[in-house]
Design a binder for this molecule. Structure first.
Ligand code: IMP
Ligand code: MG
Length: 180
């Protein structure tokens, strides 16, 4: 597939914002056992960079869920593809996401983790598209990198049909080749 990509948020701006989030989380979780749960695959880059900016002995785990097919719209049903390795009992958890769109994925995980005995659960996302939120979803976003308008974004872990995750900036696909 050939696509035209425009930069929306630069690598420098993302790095700077992640440092701020790291400082804030470090303050908020002093003296606690902070456990980060990365939502695969999109949040991998964000979690790695954020974790390096948190000055606490954090632990990690990974979960994979799916609410999207290969296109750019949500199917609405969240399925667990890969579950956590370690129990959440007694842990202070932050769920790390790449982007919140309808909010279904994160609200599904939030509710699930609450039932698994975590001491606390908070949410952290690199990007949020609040205009896209499903009206039935009431989700508290505790830490947020940037709010973006309703455009399909790629890079920094986010994909279009599994491609472009490795772009070091956040971009928007402006044109795609229909000969795909
Ligand atoms: P939600 O469940 O509708 O909030 O969708 C969240 C998930 O959809 C994210 O974890 C992303 O994987 C994916 N997603 C939503 N919007 C975008 C986008 O603009 N680009 C890439 N992936 C997206
Ligand atoms: Mg995702």
């Amino acid at each position: 597939m050939a696509a035209r990509i425009e930069e929306m948020i630069s690598e420098e701006a993302i790095d700077a914002r992640i440092r701020e989030l790291g400082r804030q989380i470090t303050e908020d979780y002093k003296g606690k056992d902070l456990h980060l749960v990365c939502v695969l695959r999109g949040a991998v880059f964000f979690m790695c960079e954020l974790a390096k900016r948190i000055e606490l002995p954090v632990t990690f785990d990974f979960m994979s869920v799916s609410s999207y097919g290969s296109g750019t719209t949500s199917s609405g049903i969240v399925r667990i593809i890969k579950d956590l390795q370690d129990p959440l009992t007694g842990k202070d958890v932050i769920i790390i996401e790449d982007i919140i769109d309808s909010g279904r994925t994160l609200s599904f995980l939030y509710e699930l983790f609450r039932t698994r005995g975590a001491a606390s659960v908070r949410t952290c996302t690199l990007l949020d598209k609040p205009s896209r939120r499903d009206p039935g979803i009431h989700l508290q976003v505790d830490y947020k990198g940037f709010e973006v308008e309703d455009k399909f974004v790629i890079g920094w872990g986010m994909d279009y049909d599994q491609r472009y995750r490795n772009l070091p900036f956040i971009g928007v696909v402006t044109e795609t080749d229909s000969q795909e």
